[in-house]
Design a protein around this ligand. Sequence first.
Ligand code: UD1
Ligand code: MG
Length: 487
Amino acid sequence: MTDTAPRPLSRPLAVVVLAAGQGTRMRSRTAKVLHPIAGLPMIAHVLATARALGPARLAVVVRHERDAVADAVAAAAPEALVVDQDEVPGTGRAVEQALTALAGFDGDLLVLNGDVPLLDVPTLEPLLAAGAAAEAVVLSARMADPTGYGRIVRDAEGDLDRIVEHRDATDAERRIDEINAGVYLFRTAGLGDALAALDAANDQGERYLTDVIAVLKRAGRRVAAVVAADPEVTAGVNDRAQLAAVQRRVNDAIVLRWQRAGVTVQDPATTWIDATVQLAEDVEIRPGTQLQGATVVERDAVIGPDTTLLHCEVGEGARVNRVDATLAVIGAGAEVGPWSYLRPGTELGAASRIGAFVETKNAVVGAGSKVPHLSYLGDAEVGERSNLGAGTITANYDGVEKHRTRVGSEVRIGSHTVLVAPVTIGDGAYTGAGAVVRKDVPAGSLAVTVAPQRNIEGWVDSHRPGTDAAVTAVPRRGAPGEDAERQ
Ligand code: UD1
Ligand code: MG
């Protein structure tokens, strides 16, 4: 086998992915093959491996949650043929219907279970090579705990004899640690007859693909099992515990890949990176960080701790600390956090600053502008080098519609200002602390809306006589006895 030829066979190859099952053991409303692994549906991982082989034909058998699964297939492998399985259950029936749908295809048929997402090309290569000498080849693996898997039963010569499902196996068969990985290579010639011969005489009353091995063997065909070098890549996902184990393994591989590409990951155990994320060299990721979807992080940015970014762009050298952000663009050198919430449509300019307990949505903040404390910025745009004081709020919702707030450049918004949209604050303008701004503020003006302060001397003594406040206030007003008390 050479490195360059993934498939040393001369016959054309078709790949069939089985994804019609209900996934009962997941106990989920979502089809099993749609549960996400590193941000992609399980079936997308299987399809990526299938496509890497460059097959002449690719088909996916669907039934349970048919439309949702078909959509995921179209997204991951638009060229794939979607085959609907009828009401007859079983993996054997699924392959039979795929074979019919691939009408006229003559060659090798690689069958993959849609719930074996770690399977990779290097594991498939020996299986494909073995197809030169056998009509049917099964991928097997030796498992420390084979519970639940079909077992590989070998004859006295050690050759593959048949596969028995766990639930149909005897105690002796259950002690076999070689399992069926759910990956098979068949020659199409004669396969249809073998599939047609399957019965449903088993615990589940299904037409099992696994039984086709015994059928072929009885017909004098050559069948073989190839043992996977790495049993872990053959793990099937049938329940949530197996799903979590597979998610962990995929994540470990992604983290390692980015570490090798120059990314510092302080704590791989608490760092989760989707397969779709892009990171530059010298990015630093601190513990408790999740980078999801189409997130892209540029050089020298520091992300985390405790940060979740979904579909975000983070510019060079930005610092994003304890942030929850979706569909946000964070400019180069910007500082965000701790405890900031960036919602879709947030665009933070270079060297801008968003601080603690600040929420933004559909908000464009210009270069060098700051929203440092306790603010809500919604449907707003802020120019460059402006400062929004602590507690600034854009009141963007009038109860029926949302309106925009426009703040110019070099603006100083006083603390606890409410900007009642629609409203525009001109360049270089100021607002006084506590202002409720309902009208536009021209450039260079100061807007004040709070009544001037008036101090009513002695009010506490006359209105709250005898209270702790009154008693405490008395000496400070230089009342009789003050000097005596101080002695
Ligand atoms: C199957 C194998 C078992 C093997 C294991 C490996 C059979 C009978 N058993 O068991 O020997 O050790 O995989 O993980 O094949 N599917 C259909 N149509 C159906 C039923 C299932 O397309 O009617 C699909 C499922 O969506 C799934 C795959 O086939 O992707 C396997 O089905 P599943 O029920 O998970 O079989 P296992 O019990 O895991
Ligand atoms: Mg399974």
